[in-house]
Design a binder for this molecule. Structure first.
Ligand SMILES: [Mg+2]
Length: 242
């Protein structure tokens, strides 16, 4: 008898299940406008990214760290001449992001509902615990997941641990996500299958320059393709047994 090849499905959340990066971009636009007197757009944008990157090991991922990085950038570039009103505006923009309604990506609910009857589903997301929990609740998807793992960062050991704890190990797990850097490469490294669904907007930090090729990697345009991916994996594994 052929054993099921994939027994557990892992899903990234931000920009895989719901929109996220677009809210960061919109807020960054407003921030750059606010600081237009202090330099040109692209220089300010690069400066903000450098500050964000520097702060990740301190604040972790998420909106709160982003707000602190915007404030730090504003203070740095204004050389102490900053209108305190600007800091107040940045705090308001952060609160608006933290209260923003969750917008599911097309096909997400139906796909997860159909999968949940057959597989344990695990949400594996990085970022701010409080905010990710809020978004999961607001998404209305929480009941479809057997487990939720909100982690500070995603490495191969994260996927090895999660798929061992929530399934039958990484080599029987399929990770679905939009970020090569966070969802795909470390999952493949852990021995899992990976389905990459590129999103139109991806944060510079998550970019990977080199094309990735791997026998366990599938690149698809939307989440509904997960059924085909599972089928392809199962057919492949049957071939291997002949
Ligand atoms: Mg993501």
């Amino acid at each position: 008898m052929v054993q099921a090849t994939v027994t557990t499905l892992g899903f990234d959340a931000d920009d895989t299940l719901w929109q996220n990066e677009q809210f960061f971009r919109q807020t960054e636009e407003r921030f750059l406008e606010l600081l237009a007197d202090f330099g040109d757009r692209s220089a300010l944008s690069s400066r903000l990214f450098a500050v964000e990157k520097r702060n990740i090991p301190i604040y972790g991922f998420g909106i709160k760290g982003f707000v602190l990085s915007m404030m730090e950038t504003a203070l740095e570039i204004s050389d102490g001449r900053l209108d305190p009103g600007i800091i107040a505006r940045v705090l308001t923009m952060g609160r608006e992001m933290l209260n923003h309604p969750v917008e599911l990506l097309p096909g997400v609910r139906e796909t997860l509902e159909a999968l949940a009857d057959h597989y344990p589903l695990v949400l594996i997301t990085k970022g701010d615990l409080f905010d990710q929990e809020r978004k999961l609740t607001a998404s209305g998807l929480a009941d479809l997941f057997n487990a939720v793992e909100i982690v500070s960062d995603k490495s191969a050991s994260t996927y090895a641990r999660v798929f061992a704890a929530r399934g039958d190990g990484a080599n029987k797990g399929l990770m679905v996500g939009n970020s090569l850097r966070s969802d795909i490469l470390p999952a493949l490294e852990a021995g899992a299958y990976a389905m990459h669904i590129p999103h139109d907007l991806t944060w510079t930090y998550e970019h990977i320059e080199e094309p990735v090729e791997h026998p366990r990697l599938f690149v698809e345009e939307n989440i509904q393709k997960v059924f085909e991916v599972i089928e392809k994996i199962n057919i492949k594994s049957v071939d291997l047994r002949i």
